[in-house]
Design a binder for this molecule. Structure first.
Ligand SMILES: Cc1ncc(C[n+]2csc(CCOP(=O)(O)OP(=O)(O)O)c2C)c(N)n1
Ligand SMILES: [Mg+2]
Length: 559
């Protein structure tokens, strides 16, 4: 071997691609979702050596959703590696989803070599401006000009995820930089220590505590920003006797079997009634997003306290009298300190006796009304959901999609006991999310049962990811509720007096389809069989599709 060969080898083993992945590995990221391509191989080369598991999805959209599901379990950013051009663009719906849902994600992509920007020379995957396309949907996208800048971009992203509002970023590394020699000092490749989360200002915390201590009908509304503080939020709810409504991203912050839990039910009028009746509403880490408010904004008759990481969020969709710009988890701890041990001076001790008992009574009443309202919306779909709930393990991670069985059903009819256990995207509502997100979650949490329940339309958006699940040797149950096409859109059409167009869809032989991939498929023949069939599929292991014709439950409604 000549001296020149040694140098070439040295550049390959210590190139910029390796530095970027080294620093990500130092932060704990041990899984990368993506598809290798001609341009991104100097990322892929280093994955085995660094102990980063490469998961090849069958479309970059799936890589992004799988990374999101993985991230929800680990608390780390989901890592996506795309090739340049179409690979990156294919991942952008997933990036936009992570943006809308405030979830951390890093997309690594190669870009044209320095000096070849806008060259329009017909180079492979040449895109007018891939970075700008990405920038339009993520928190930031950065085209770096050196290895050192690439590593710095990773540190900046991690700082955003740890103390800011977590949202996706794209790091574009020009091909010649990616393949070129490392220029980064070794000490920059270490993970930085976790910064202290931001605490609330003492004066505002005291004011909030006074309001809450004097409340007769307190209610807590918890969003995705509160999920890391589940135990404290539960303790606060108990101390105050406050029913807890969550957003879909806040599900499980308080176990949904808890007497004070009212679930992720903001879509329903009965939950609005509870929230609007509050004399003090405490909103923790939520944008109170419009997409979840089917009946318009919530407007409590009393005072509103909001806690959010960003000052821009404090009055968004719901004006607040007290706004605390800080980490919701830290503020809940501060409130527990500031509140008297015997709370609820103003609490209506009503029939229930203690504030906690009175809160539980209000929560139970709300749940009864919510349940009635849910069933009125979609009787067959909710009957199907009841059957699924009967077969669902308590510690399940539940994949979901933008299908009626989810937002009329599993969103509030299958109780979840843990946070980050409902894989969903209430705001972006992107079809094709459920299966890949479930794959990512199962890879991150192999010991928890993962069941993905979704519609026939949603499943067809990502059906190729069955192959990924099988290749990764996962135990995963997918329940496809088949109502013969895009039922929600058919109903939207009917509301506008449009005859069904483009919504009644032919179906494959679902059981045979998954069998062709190498999994197991079962088509349910009777509604009553569903709970047991679900339990059996979970027990059997491997990749299992349960095909559930909704007509089985519609027939029951008619009898
Ligand atoms: C990427 C994407 N394309 C289109 C839509 C519009 N859309 C919303 S719901 C829906 C129907 C989904 O069908 P399915 O999953 O079978 O659920 P169903 O409404 O039939 O219960 C469509 C097409 C969307 N949400 N996302
Ligand atoms: Mg459908």
């Amino acid at each position: 071997m000549t001296a020149e060969d040694t140098t070439t080898q040295d550049v390959i083993t210590h190139n910029v691609g390796r530095d970027v992945l080294t620093v990500l590995r130092a932060y704990g990221v041990d899984t990368a979702f993506g598809i290798p391509g001609t341009h991104n191989l100097e990322f892929y080369r280093h994955l085995p050596e660094l102990g980063i598991h490469a998961v090849t999805t069958r479309h970059e959209q799936g890589a992004g959703y799988a990374a999101d599901g993985w991230s929800m379990q680990t608390g780390l950013p989901g890592l996506v590696i795309t090739t340049s051009g179409p690979g990156l663009l294919n991942a952008l719906s997933a990036a936009a989803t992570a943006y809308a849902e405030s979830r951390p994600m890093i997309i690594l992509t190669p870009g044209p070599p320095l000096g070849q920007e806008f060259a329009d020379i017909g180079a492979l995957h040449e895109t007018k401006d891939g970075r700008a396309a990405a920038d339009a949907v993520v928190q930031w996208s950065r085209r770096v000009e050196s290895g050192r800048e690439a590593v710095q971009a990773v540190h900046d992203a991690m700082e955003l995820f740890r103390i800011g509002r977590p949202r996706p970023v794209v790091i574009e590394v020009p091909l010649n930089i990616l393949e070129g020699p490392s220029d980064c000092p070794h000490e920059l490749l270490r993970a930085r220590p976790e910064p202290e989360p931001v605490a609330g200002e003492a004066e505002q915390v005291t004011r909030a505590a006074q309001l809450l201590a004097g409340a007769a009908r307190p209610v807590i509304l918890a969003g995705g920003g509160a999920v890391r503080a589940g135990a404290d939020v539960t303790a606060l709810a108990e101390r105050l006797g406050a029913p807890v409504v969550t957003t879909l991203n806040g599900r499980g912050v308080v176990p949904e079997s808890h007497p004070l839990a009212v679930g992720a039910t903001l879509r329903l009028k009965a939950a609005h009634a509870l929230v609007n009746d509050a004399d003090v509403l405490l909103v923790l880490g939520s944008k109170v997003g419009e997409a979840e408010l089917w009946w318009g904004p919530v407007r409590p008759s009393g005072q509103v306290i909001r806690v959010d990481l960003l000052s821009t969020q404090i009055h968004k969709n719901l004006p607040a009298q007290v706004g605390i710009v800080a980490d919701a988890g830290v503020v809940v701890g501060q409130l527990l300190q500031a509140l008297p041990a015997q709370p609820g001076a103003g609490s209506d001790q009503g029939e229930g006796g203690t504030p906690a008992a009175e809160g539980a009574r209000r929560a139970a009443q709300a749940r009864t009304e919510i349940d009635r309202e849910s069933r009125e919306w979609a009787p067959a779909t909710t009957a199907c959901c009841d059957a699924l709930a009967a077969g669902m393990p308590a510690d399940v991670i539940l994949g979901a999609d933008s299908s009626q069985i989810c937002y009329y059903g599993t969103a509030n009819m299958v109780p979840l006991q843990n946070p980050n256990s409902y894989l969903y995207m209430a705001t972006y509502a992107t079809l094709g999310y459920g299966l890949p997100a479930s794959i990512g979650a199962k890879i991150a949490s192999p010991h928890r049962p993962v069941v993905c329940v979704l519609g026939d339309g949603a499943l067809m958006f990502s059906v190729q990811e069955f192959m990924t699940a099988l290749e990764q040797a996962l135990d995963l149950v997918v329940v496809c509720v088949d109502n013969g096409g895009y039922r929600e859109i058919e109903e939207n059409e009917a509301d506008r007096g449009i005859a069904p167009i483009g919504v009644r869809l032919d179906q494959p032989d679902w059981a045979a389809l998954v069998t062709a991939f190498g999994g197991t498929g079962t088509s349910i023949r009777a509604a009553a069989d569903l709970p047991e069939a679900l339990q059996e599929a979970i027990g059997a292991g491997g990749v299992h599709l349960l095909h559930v014709p909704l007509s089985l439950f519609e027939a029951e409604e008619e009898t």
